[in-house]
Design a protein around this ligand. Structure first.
Ligand code: COA
Ligand code: AMP
Length: 243
């Protein structure tokens, strides 16, 4: 099978990224589809790579959704959920604060995720502007999963994003991430999530106010497992079979 990855830039700034794992016979169709994703760009980079090995995950994390009136209430709930996965309360608040301020040392967004030691809060990513990126993942049958999300009442405007973020979070836990916190840097998208093996994929709204262009991801890991986890997130290709 083939890993197809697309990223687009506008004036040197990353504006869109998406990826698929497909059969060779579906490559052309997939490239056409990915090329339609960025609305504005001056550069697109496509990477097409034959995969030597492919692993399968039987089932994605179960999805739950919770709406709150204020960001404060949403954040308290996120902390409670992270604590259910063994994240100490102080570190859950530290992670929220990092994303609120912008997790890069310069104060803005990172290009990937923060890797945080679940015991001490130490940041383990080798480069704090780059972070760690989860790549090489997809659904075995994307169309089928999309139609299941539709049947479950997930609105059209959220479906594609949920599809990608749920697959990413499912791969993360498979690779040994214990819990994840995320909200988007898109100023128009205020639903974030926390994820973990026992809490599942928990969508939470609002994780930030409208108009805020700061966001990011924090992956909680055990320090002694960090290099193995990073290798899995970046290198191992996985397909997720069912919702
Ligand atoms: N933000 C900013 N820059 C990014 C970026 C992001 N999210 N993703 C990629 N880039 C840029 C960086 O400059 C990066 O260089 P760096 O390694 O020094 O940071 C460069 O692109 C190459 O990134 P890489 O991941 O090696 O490229 P790729 O072509 O193999 O894959 C993506 C690109 C975007 C497809 C992949 O990184 C990715 O994020 N896949 C997951 C997509 C997805 O479904 N996301 C769901 C989120 S809800
Ligand atoms: P997004 O969900 O695309 O709005 O991304 C939110 C944040 O998650 C970005 O600001 C990055 O810090 C981080 N991020 C984006 N792509 C990845 C990835 N593939 N793996 C890990 N972190 C990512």
């Amino acid at each position: 099978m083939i890993s197809v990855r697309m990223r687009a830039e506008l004036q040197g700034k990353h504006v869109s990224g998406a990826e698929r794992i497909v059969l060779k016979q579906d490559l052309e169709k997939t490239v056409k589809e990915l090329l339609k994703r960025p609305k504005q760009y001056d550069t697109i980079v496509l990477t097409i790579e034959e995969l030597q090995e492919l692993e399968r995950i039987e089932k994605a994390l179960p999805i739950y959704s919770f709406d709150f009136k204020t960001v404060e209430e949403a954040h308290s709930f996120a902390v409670k959920k992270l604590m259910e996965e063994g994240v100490p309360e102080g570190l859950a608040y530290k992670a929220l604060e990092l994303l609120r301020r912008g997790p890069s040392p310069k104060g803005g967004n990172m290009r990937g995720a923060v890797l945080m030691d679940i015991s001490t809060g130490e940041r383990l990513e080798p480069n704090q502007e780059k972070g760690i990126r989860t790549i090489r993942f997809d659904w075995e049958d994307r169309k089928h999963i999309k139609s299941l999300l539709m049947k479950r009442g997930i609105k059209k405007e959220y479906r594609e994003r949920l599809l990608d973020a749920l697959a990413l979070a499912t791969k993360n836990l498979y690779c040994g991430v214990i819990a994840e916190l995320c909200w988007s840097d898109d100023p128009d998208y205020i639903t974030g999530y926390v994820a973990g093996k026992s809490i599942g994929y928990v969508r939470i709204k609002p994780m930030k106010e409208f108009g805020v262009a700061l966001g990011g991801r924090v992956y909680f890991v055990r320090k002694k497992e960090a290099s193995k986890v990073i290798h899995c997130l970046e290198k191992r290709a996985v397909l997720i079979e069912e919702l």
